[in-house]
Design a protein around this ligand. Structure first.
Ligand SMILES: C=CC1=C(C)c2cc3[nH]c(cc4nc(cc5[nH]c(cc1n2)c(C)c5CCC(=O)O)C(CCC(=O)O)=C4C)c(C)c3C=C
Ligand SMILES: [Fe+2]
Length: 516
């Protein structure tokens, strides 16, 4: 554990992290090795990557020999990429964009957000209809959509209030479009003439729309880049699962070469950009050295991590450690802590919770706090409303006198340039991996590995909570589970009836005139 880390009552254990560059996407080396074809390019040279990356040996040989072919065959196309790889990203040749034979596309995946208040309920419906967000036991999957309808209608008024307070809609589309444009420019400046597309999971422009455009534009090589620094089943995982289902049955997409960068929190450019923002905000305090740096990440239900093997928490902790290491190099050794915000629903989420931690810090006499949103790279409702309004108010009530907040990265030039480098570093892999994929003709994102990745994160697709499949008499876990399921089914059936008929106990109690 790092020295400055504040142990709040429910503090999480920090994984000890080493120096840059980090191994690719997954935090546990052994876990990473299960996914030889997955790629999260570290900010290192090609030769460094060969030795550091824990690709299985045969796979390493295969990838790199094919990669060499690809580079030879399409020298002009990869020239900049190779330059960047061999010189540790220090070169950006500015001889003007090189037009390649193959059309390169970059697909940015993001969550999406309602653009008007009328969009809020249908947006929430899309979110809750996603089995990666509300994970029903297999037996009850048929209730996913009615349940999504029910919860979205119930939650819409509260969400609408939030979106109304930040100007009547989510800024996510505008910011993501701007990031896409900046990334495109950065790629062209680095001699990689790529088109950049935005595919949102729950609102426009939907991933399906982006894919249609990619096909219309005749893209032949695609890099898929989720705009979440850390991987979670509920975010990047969900988007990749959707993508995989779109790819599976489409002849064009089957033949399109592509690769996925599943997470990139360990990239030097990202870490340094975050450290820059923190350093800048600290200067705004009268006594910067006394400020506690408060990393606030979006939470996920605890079961995602504990039951389904979501690497999100481990990646988040490592990410925070890397940022603090970078700050330490700059002689910034403030105390810091990490907590999780935005929990929804009755289940237990990752702890410590942001609100409880703020109260705790106030009680411990902390007077200055700098909030750092860490799980997302654009401003959104949870930074603009939850942090800036709710948590700030809570902090001031809890005895914290000086409050600051680090802005989201948005279009920070160093960050965008680093994303461009990540894309460039992954280009040689696009063709290399696609070949095996075409042979397999099965799971295609990335090239047969996403299903594998997701399945393992799901722990062989176990449901949450883990199923109890046999009956035992008495006060047993099995009996509890089945009683619970029966009760849940009964409630869901009642709710379903209520949603479809417009009559029922919630209407009688006046809870649900919302359905009309
Ligand atoms: C890394 C980021 C995110 C994780 C992990 C995540 C998990 C997650 N979210 C919900 C439920 C909701 N999320 C909502 C909005 C929302 N979520 C994220 C990011 C992550 N979610 C963002 C960036 C946004 C905001 C989009 C915007 O419009 O600005 C919402 C809607 C807003 C609200 O009503 O609070 C819900 C609901 C769950 C259940 C979950 C994990 C299972
Ligand atoms: Fe969310």
């Amino acid at each position: 554990m790092r020295s400055g880390r504040i142990q709040s009552s429910a503090s999480c254990s920090a994984s000890s992290s080493s120096t840059f560059p980090h191994p690719p996407c997954l935090t546990s080396a052994s876990r990473h090795c299960k996914f030889p074809r997955l790629l999260s390019p570290p900010a290192v040279s090609l030769s460094q990557r060969v030795s550091r990356n824990c690709l299985v040996p045969e796979m390493t040989q295969l990838s790199f020999s094919k990669q060499a072919n690809t580079i030879t065959n399409k020298k002009h196309l990869f020239q900049a990429g190779v330059g960047a790889l061999e010189t540790s990203n220090t070169q950006a040749v500015s001889t003007g964009p090189l037009i390649g034979e193959e059309k390169i596309g970059v697909l940015l995946l993001n969550l999406g957000g309602p653009e008007t208040l009328d969009d809020v309920q249908p947006f929430l419906f899309n979110l809750f209809a996603d089995p990666d967000i509300i994970r029903l036991p297999r037996l009850f999957r048929f209730l996913q959509r009615p349940l999504a309808k029910f919860i979205s209608v119930l939650r819409a008024p509260k969400s609408k209030e939030g979106y109304a307070s930040i100007g009547g809609g989510s800024p996510l589309r505008r910011i993501t479009d701007a990031q896409a444009e900046e990334l495109r420019k950065s790629l062209w400046e680095k001699n990689v003439p790529a088109k950049v597309y935005v595919g949102m999971r729950y609102w426009h422009p939907f991933t399906e729309e982006a894919i249609e455009q990619i096909k219309k534009d005749g893209i032949a090589e695609l890099v898929v880049l989720p705009l979440y620094p850390q991987f979670s089943i509920s975010t990047s995982g969900s988007s990749l699962r959707l993508l995989e289902s779109i790819f599976r049955d489409d002849e064009y997409l089957v033949n399109m070469q592509h690769t996925v960068i599943p997470s990139w929190y360990q990239r030097e450019g990202y870490i340094k950009s975050m450290a820059n923002l923190i350093e800048k905000e600290l200067q705004k305090f009268d006594h910067p050295e006394k400020v506690v740096i408060f990393f606030s990440a979006h939470g996920v239900p605890l079961a995602y991590v504990e039951e389904a093997g979501d690497p999100y928490k481990a990646e988040m902790e490592e990410c925070v450690d890397l940022i603090m290491e970078e700050l330490e190099k700059r002689k910034i050794t403030n105390a810091y802590t990490l907590a999780y915000q935005s929990r929804v629903g009755p289940v237990e989420w990752l702890k410590p919770y942001t609100d409880e931690t703020i109260i705790d810090l106030g009680r411990k006499g902390v007077k200055s706090l700098l909030a750092v949103p860490i799980s997302f790279v654009s401003e959104h409702i949870e930074t603009l409303e939850e942090i800036d309004v709710e948590y700030k108010e809570l902090a001031l009530e809890s005895g914290i006198q000086n409050w600051g907040r680090v802005p989201a990265l948005g279009c920070e030039p160093m960050f965008i340039s680093d994303l461009a480098d990540a894309v460039i570093e992954s280009l040689p892999y696009v063709g290399a991996m696609a070949v095996s994929n075409l042979e397999a003709r099965q799971s295609l994102v990335p090239l047969g590995s996403v299903e594998e990745l997701l399945a393992t994160y799901d722990s062989q697709r176990r449901e949450l909570p883990p199923p109890v499949t046999f009956w035992e008499w008495g006060w047993t876990k099995s009996a509890e589970t089945w009683n619970g399921r029966a009760a849940m089914l009964a409630v869901l059936v009642l709710l379903l009836l209520e949603v479809t008929t417009g009559e029922g106990f919630l209407h009688q109690w006046g809870v649900l005139p919302l359905f009309r």
